[in-house]
Ligand binder design. Structure first.
Ligand SMILES: Cc1cc2nc3c(=O)[nH]c(=O)nc-3n(C[C@H](O)[C@H](O)[C@H](O)COP(=O)(O)OP(=O)(O)OC[C@H]3O[C@@H](n4cnc5c(N)ncnc54)[C@H](O)[C@@H]3O)c2cc1C
Length: 555
């Protein structure tokens, strides 16, 4: 039997007579101790509390052995409640001769598997054969030990989606359980919560978090959120390809490096279902896989990675630079690399905000894909990101419609993707089409589509809408400290020179990726005039570290 050493299945006994309780536990341990953990309790309520803890820890319970005549709660009452927590655990009642009636009642009420008569000596004849058969029955059932984080939530709960998306994007394996299914309800009950307190997150250690904040969740699943030391050589803001690329090079070259990410490492690339044009991956690679490897590589070289920390300010001090967090605190370093990329533009039509996370999603196709099975899915956008999502979702959804505002895809989407889409039978492209309204309150129900040539309108029912309508840098927090272009992209190197003149106060030209403040660099999509590609972001991240070395040497 495949049994994790720390997760031996449990044989639980409950008897209010301490002498009997000890004796039965001793006999069980002697015979089953190598493969099973024997847990002894002395009352029904105490046994139920223990079972709740075991449930939250994901420990498997194989057998429940209960005395019947106990004060407060009878064995039968205990088994009835225990069944709600561990329906697969096999059940036996320990009875005295006079309790045969109780045993018969138990067979009807809790589907009792056996009743054992006290005393059970010799156990080889009277106890072990019964317990052997209970264990055999349990092994035939499909209860398996759970060693992963479990999330209990609801498909149409925006917070449940956020938690799942966060765990998936940070490569934390988890098991999803709907609050409507029996196992989800059992976990909620064990945590003293109900269907209104979702999401519930249960860690492999059995700790549970009801509607957790992202930073609490990050802490609980082992992601760092606070800096380990007071001063670094470089602080990198943003954990997309540019930030991760920089972290790998900086840490591998011996710089004390910390990367601060507000959500989950991977950035936009982490949301891409398949990147087919990144060097070295002829068969394509999912963005999550690529960025997960990059994160591990950065870790391996000693870079510190903080998640769920939103940077909201940059302080330029005489001999250091500091970035401030939204929820207090700062990180101080010799130099700063801005690698904050770009974020999806919001769909600005009536109704869209009401059902964001409840059918309307920005990116994130990968997390929701499995749930789309059998639904009609709409995607807004005409760039590669929308095309990739259409190809990916077509494997899950009944039908996918790509809504394109312009009159073709050729100008905005790679040729290879256009070809792929043309060959998929359940993907349609509707050109000259815009979403003008979103319907639904508790979840997305429909969309109003407008043909911008004919001016005609149509309402369609829709379960899912994925929005990929371009993105913008969110760099408002740099206002007043770092020069940006009119769209908010960070100006660097040659872009800072006006008619060949250096910015005021500079006694050298800014390095190629250096921003208007010495020692502050920018790489990737956030940089003005950058090429919006994974390869160029990674390349700029690496290059920024070389320039940063130069800055440190010549300060
Ligand atoms: C769905 C999709 C598919 C794509 N497919 C491809 C493809 O096939 N090939 C290709 O070459 N390119 C592709 N791209 C483009 C590519 O992903 C981007 O060019 C690349 O990710 C840019 O990397 P970056 O590190 O500059 O920024 P991003 O990937 O945007 O990462 C920036 C990170 O910074 C974080 N951040 C932002 N502000 C803050 C703050 N204030 N504090 C802390 N953290 C912050 C963000 O949360 C984010 O994680 C795709 C993009 C998308 C969205």
């Amino acid at each position: 039997m495949p049994v994790d050493a720390d997760r031996k299945p449990i044989l639980l006994t409950v008897d209010d007579d301490p002498g009997v309780s000890r004796a039965v536990a001793r006999d069980l341990r002697r015979h089953y101790g190598e493969d099973y953990r024997v847990v002894r309790t002395e009352s029904g309520p105490q046994a139920l509390d223990t079972l709740k803890e075991l449930k939250l820890r994901g420990d498997p319970v194989a057998v429940l052995l209960a005395d019947h005549r106990m004060p407060g709660m009878t064995g039968l009452e205990f088994l009835e409640e225990a069944m709600d927590l561990f329906p697969h655990a096999r059940r036996a009642l320990l009875t005295a001769y006079a309790d045969t009636d109780a045993a018969i009642e138990a067979i009807n009420v809790v589907d009792l598997d056996h009743y054992l008569l006290k005393p059970w000596d010799p156990p080889e004849e009277k106890l072990y054969p019964v317990v052997d058969s209970l264990i055999e029955m349990w092994l035939d059932s499909d209860e398996h030990p759970v060693t992963r984080t479990q999330v209990v939530g609801h498909r149409w709960s925006a917070r449940s989606f956020e938690v799942r998306d966060f765990l998936a994007r940070n490569s934390v394996p988890y098991q999803w359980l709907s609050s409507e299914e029996p196992e989800g309800q059992r976990l909620l009950a064990a945590a003293g919560a109900d269907a209104t307190s979702i999401p519930l997150v249960v860690t492999p250690d059995g700790d549970y978090l009801v509607e957790p904040s992202m930073s609490r969740l990050a802490d609980e699943v082992g992601l760092s959120t606070t800096p380990a030391i007071d001063f670094y050589d470089v602080v990198i803001v943003g954990g997309g390809p540019a930030g991760l690329g920089a972290a790998v090079y900086a840490a591998s070259e011996g710089l004390r490096t910390v990367l601060v990410e507000r959500q989950a490492t991977g950035g936009q690339a982490g949301q891409s279902s398949r990147i087919e044009n990144y060097l070295g991956f002829p068969d394509g690679v999912s963005g999550a896989q690529l960025t997960d490897r990059a994160r591990r590589q950065a870790h391996k070289f000693g870079a510190e990675i903080l998640t769920t920390r939103d940077v909201v300010g940059l302080d330029v001090r005489p001999s250091s630079r500091a970035v401030r967090f939204a929820d207090e605190g700062e990180v101080v370093a010799h130099a700063v690399l801005l690698a904050t990329g770009i974020s999806y533009r919001k769909l600005d039509v009536p109704g869209a905000d009401d059902v964001t996370g409840l059918g309307v999603f920005y990116g994130s196709a990968a997390t929701e894909a499995a749930a789309c099975g059998g639904d009609d899915v709409y995607i807004v956008g005409a760039a590669n990101s929308a095309g990739q999502a259409a190809v990916f979702l077509s494997q899950h959804a009944r039908h996918v419609t790509l809504l394109v505002r312009g009159d073709g895809l050729e100008r905005s989407m790679s040729y290879y993707l256009i070809r792929q889409i043309q060959e998929i039978s359940n993907v349609d492209v509707r050109l000259n089409t815009e979403v003008t309204e979103v319907q639904g309150t508790k979840r997305l129900e429909g969309l109003t589509l407008c043909n911008n040539l004919a001016g005609s309108q149509e309402t369609v029912s829709a379960g899912y809408l994925f929005v990929f309508i371009g993105a913008e840098p969110r760099t408002e927090w740099l206002e007043g400290s770092v020069a940006r272009d009119e769209r908010g992209f960070v100006l660097t190197g040659p872009d800072l020179l006006h008619e060949g003149q250096r910015p005021r106060g500079w006694n050298r030209d800014p390095y190629y990726l250096e921003a208007s403040v010495p020692g502050v660099f920018a790489a990737g999509d956030v940089r003005a005039n950058s090429i919006k590609r994974v390869a160029s972001a990674v390349g700029e991240g690496a290059m920024a570290i070389q320039l940063l070395h130069r800055y440190l040497e010549h300060r």
